[in-house]
Design a protein around this ligand. Structure first.
Ligand SMILES: Nc1ncnc2c1ncn2[C@@H]1O[C@H](COP(=O)(O)OP(=O)(O)OP(=O)(O)O)[C@@H](O)[C@H]1O
Length: 962
């Protein structure tokens, strides 16, 4: 077993002065000296001994009997602390506590009691040790960051023999060894590692039990040896496993044997021998203290003169903090010994220690650390080129980064160059590629339409819809070239309308000329009509401002071209309005003419009969057909004619009756009484597209009167046809006007945008990013859903829904149609909301649409389609549909039930898709290829037939004052 000397528990000690739990540590520190005066013992009290000392204050003790003859008057003694007879061990401990706890921070500490026998040294040291142990473990509990190890050893110096108090079997004297680094080492001294405070207390009690005690005259249990209980406290930071250093320090509790006088202790024999050794070692201690008190450089310090001073060498002027408690008996009979103790204490006050923090690298920790280091080095050895490889990799990556940067800069410069070139090209000849500025402003167009649209938008509660509407406007209007294209198309259609109007006027002129010959009563009206026609021709002959084929002027910006277009559209607006007005006049005159025509009532019954009889002849006798058949066919069957589609839809099936129509009623009302109810007549009026055109051949068998009547009837027929056509023209012009206004709005948006600083030709990077362009297919889907919902809300014709739904499937060219439909429906919804349940007002001579009228119209339309189920579908097909759509096969109203399920859920995609397919089949859309986008260009509804289930676009046009 290796026994270490005090203060050298570890392999290597590093001493550094630091702040410790015991307080600030200075490099040099005087020994703390306190004095404790115990009460008179029972023995002293029985001996009627007197108290010779008085504790004047906490620091001063004075003799109460200065008059004693044998000694001189002792002066008052002052110490770091003086404890009177009433002071408890707790109080005394407080005086040395800082010293005791220094050991927790790596500073050696020694507390010992010095005094004559029976003065209370053992009594005091037991108390101090107990309190110190408590505080040590309290500190450990409160310092979880450190790992503490406490070891204990105990020895006594009895008759100058060192005995191990923890090893009772070792009765022999332990040798003291000198270690150059550790100082004096007690060979083979047992050092027990303490597991906890109880264990420590137990071990301490063992030490005390092992100590030599003897009875003397002054003390029944007089300690006959110097006892040293040593705690070695080591602590390491838990967190830092790499920290191999630990605090390590020893805390010595030294209970000296009492100085005694043999005369007083009545010692003899063994006690006397003990007393001699005690006094000898205490004398050496006194000498050491005395010498130390006068300075370390005062020569030789006789530590080695006794085992006590040798073992306590570090604590006496060395690397330790030391506290001495000098115990005194207050008895006058011990005055001399007490005074000597005070002299000793006074000298001890002057002794300076040099305490330092002891840092140690323990073998265990050092081994651990070295093992780690070895492992790391071995790993490095196994991959010797690792660091070099890393360096190479880093270098390579840096080069790659540099190369990428270079490529990026190159690409950026190329992009800049391309952008510059693109801008140059755009400014010169390629307006299509112009960037699209995001629209920031609302419409500023001051026309009635724009005002209504603005109001519609402002009043619209549905923000999402509004946003999407704006988005769609933005998308369409931010494509300048698309707008130009749409303008061109409209202009072309306007041109066609004009030509058709011209041809109609020519026919009308001829018809009027005929009537002039045949009916004098209408002469004035005819004259007026002719004047109007001339005026009309004059309007039409106004120099065409629209050059359909004109290409966009080169070397000019799109915005400049659009501005020019705006001016044109404004001027054309008045021209169109003029044309519309003239058509209105012509229509009125024709109406008057028709009314002034000789009524069938005025004719003889024979003539009426002849009329009916000659109905078949009439078709062959139309003067119109002889001269204007080509023209008539042209203008009636014009590709852009609204009749081309609507008429087909409206044609009743042969086997079914057509639902009642306003047009029929109007036609009948305007027809002469004699012609009412005449199927052929009705057919001709309703179906302008005459199907036959057999050349007229005069038949000699027919008398002149009848012939004249026939011609008159034919002329009337033509006039009425022309009237119907003029009505259609009027509506088409109105629609054209609306569409132009729409485009004007969009162009004005562009203009306003440009005026606000959003230059059409600016770099794309200048465009604000806050409103990113939404892909068309997204917008289309959203718009279509809105449209479907609005169809439902506004009770729009399901035939119209079907047409529109099947035609516009998301092609970019559908944009304008989607936008216009959305605007129209929004307006309609708003209009319905404003109208409420009130009766629709009359605008012009036509009632406006209302929600109730739309509902009624839709109901009639469904009835119409229900009837078509029979003619268009086989029994098997119908039954299949019934079962698929959950319609009872035996139900009485199953056709109506089925039709009522079509187009009912705007959110059910399947319902919508299948509804559209079924309606298309019922009305024949899917058969004849008679659906075209151009149809919708002018015909959003079924305009000329005035079908009751459709919302006439002309009605909307009227409401918009177009
Ligand atoms: N402060 C005190 N208050 C009360 N009793 C005390 C005090 N100090 C000592 N005594 C009592 O005095 C007696 C002697 O005390 P103690 O044994 O501690 O003296 P000592 O100095 O150790 O003597 P020795 O040197 O002979 O061992 C004991 O009975 C002890 O209880």
């Amino acid at each position: 077993m290796t026994v270490r000397t005090p203060g050298t528990p570890a392999r290597k000690i590093d001493r550094t002065p630091v702040t410790t739990p015991g307080g600030p540590k200075s490099k040099e520190e005087k020994i703390v000296v306190t004095v404790r005066l115990r009460p008179l013992s029972k023995r002293e009290q029985l001996a009627k001994d007197q108290v010779a000392w008085d504790c004047k204050d906490d620091y001063t003790i004075v003799s109460k009997h200065p008059s004693q003859e044998r000694t001189a008057q002792p002066p008052p003694f002052t110490f770091d602390k003086v404890f009177g007879p009433s002071c408890l061990n707790e109080t005394v401990y407080e005086g040395v506590k800082t010293v005791a706890l220094s050991a927790l921070g790596g500073i050696n500490a020694t507390i010992f009691a010095y005094g004559q026998t029976s003065s209370g040294k053992t009594y005091t040291m037991r108390g101090i040790t107990e309190k110190a142990v408590n505080d040590i473990y309290h500190h450990i509990m409160n310092t979880p960051e450190r790992d503490f190890t406490i070891k204990i050893s105990g020895l006594e110096i009895y008759n100058e023999n060192v005995r191990d108090l923890l090893n009772s079997e070792s009765g022999r004297n332990l040798k003291l060894l000198d270690d150059p680094e550790k100082g004096t080492v007690v060979e083979k001294l047992v050092e027990e590692t303490v597991s906890n405070d109880q264990h420590l207390r137990h071990l301490i009690s063992i030490c005390e039990a092992q100590r030599q005690v003897g009875e003397t005259a002054l003390n029944d249990t007089s300690s006959r040896s110097h006892q040293i209980i040593r705690l070695t406290i080591q602590s390491t930071l838990r967190e830092n496993s790499d920290c191999v250093r630990s605090f390590v320090a020893s805390l010595n509790f030294v209970d000296l044997a009492g100085s005694e006088r043999a005369s007083q202790t009545h010692a003899d024999g063994a006690r006397l021998k003990e007393g001699c050794h005690i006094n000898l070692s205490l004398m050496t201690l006194t000498t050491v203290i005395r010498k130390l008190s006068v300075g370390k450089r005062s020569g030789h310090i006789p530590y080695r003169d006794s085992k006590l001073t040798r073992i306590l060498q570090h604590s006496l002027g060395g690397n330790a903090r030391t506290a001495i408690i000098c115990t005194l008996s207050p008895a006058l009979s011990h005055f001399e010994q007490s005074r000597n103790t005070l002299f000793f204490a006074t000298r001890a006050k002057e002794v300076t220690n040099n305490a330092q923090v002891n840092m140690v690298v323990s073998d265990k920790q050092l081994v651990k650390h070295l093992q780690k280091e070895v492992a790391r080095l071995e790993a490095e050895l196994r991959t010797p080129d690792l660091s070099r490889e890393k360096d190479l990799k880093i270098q390579q990556m840096e080069m790659e980064i540099e190369e990428l940067k270079r490529q990026r800069d190159l690409a950026q410069s190329e992009v800049d160059e391309l952008r510059r070139k693109l801008q140059d090209d755009q400014q010169t000849s390629n307006p299509i590629e112009l960037p699209r500025p995001s629209m920031k402003k609302c419409l500023s167009y001051s026309d009635v339409l724009s005002l209504k649209l603005d109001r519609k938008e402002i009043d619209h509660n549905d923000k999402t819809r509004k946003t999407l509407l704006r988005q769609s406007m933005r998308q369409s209007s931010t494509a300048p070239f698309t707008l130009m294209h749409e303008i061109r198309k409209l202009e072309h259609l306007q041109e066609q309308l004009g030509e058709e109007a011209n041809r109609a006027l020519e026919v009308l002129q001829k018809e009027v000329a005929y009537h002039r010959l045949g009916n004098q009563d209408a002469a004035e009206t005819i004259a007026k009509l002719q004047a109007e026609i001339r005026e009309m021709c004059a309007v039409r002959s106004i120099k065409k401002e629209v050059d359909v084929g004109t290409a966009i002027a080169p070397n000019r910006s799109v915005s400049a071209n659009l501005k020019e277009e705006i001016t044109k559209l404004h001027s054309q607006g008045s021209t169109i309005a003029n044309l519309e007005e003239q058509l209105e006049n012509v229509q009125k005159s024709i109406d008057k003419l028709v009314m002034s025509l000789p009524s069938s009532n005025q004719e003889s019954n024979g003539e009426a009969a002849a009329k009916t009889k000659n109905q078949s002849i009439k078709n062959n006798l139309l003067p119109l057909t002889s001269s204007n058949v080509a023209n008539r066919q042209n203008f009636i069957k014009s590709p852009s004619s609204s009749l081309s589609t609507s008429q087909q839809i409206m044609e009743p099936d042969n086997e079914e009756n057509r639902p009642p129509e306003d047009d029929d009623i109007v036609s009948k009302e305007t027809l002469p009484e004699s012609e009412k109810g005449t199927p052929a007549r009705s057919e001709q009026v309703g179906d302008v597209s005459s199907k036959e055109s057999t050349p007229y051949r005069r038949q000699s068998s027919v008398n002149m009167k009848k012939m004249r009547k026939m011609f008159q009837n034919a002329a009337e027929e033509n006039v009425r046809s022309i009237r119907a056509y003029v009505t259609e023209l009027k509506e088409r012009v109105a629609k054209l006007q609306y569409q132009k206004q729409l485009l004007v709005c969009q162009v004005l948006e562009l203009e306003a945008n440009e005026a606000a600083g959003y230059n059409l030709e600016v770099d794309e990077s200048a465009i604000e990013p806050e409103e990113p362009q939404v892909p068309w297919y997204v917008t289309f889907k959203e718009q279509r859903q809105q449209i479907i919902e609005l169809w439902d809300v506004c009770y729009v014709s399901i035939i119209h829904r079907t047409q529109f739904y099947l035609l516009f499937r998301g092609d970019p060219a559908d944009q304008i149609y989607m936008e216009v439909e959305l605007r129209r429906l929004n307006w309609m919804q708003h209009h319905f909301a404003e109208l409420g349940n009130s009766s629709p007002a009359l605008v012009g001579d036509e009632p406006t649409v209302s929600l109730s009228s739309s509902i009624r119209a839709l109901k009639r339309e469904r009835e119409f389609l229900a009837k078509r189920l029979t003619s268009r579908l086989s029994v098997e097909e119908r039954d299949a549909l019934y079962s698929k759509w959950d319609v009872p096969l035996e139900g009485k109203q199953r056709k109506m039930q089925f039709i009522n399920k079509l187009w009912t859920d705007p959110h059910d995609v399947k319902n919508i898709e299948e509804s559209a397919q079924i309606v298309a089949k019922l009305v024949g859309f899917s058969e004849g290829g008679n659906m075209s986008r151009e149809m919708f260009e002018l015909n959003f509804a079924l305009p000329t037939d005035k079908s009751p289930w459709t919302v006439g676009w002309n009605q909307i046009s009227n409401l918009l004052n177009l």
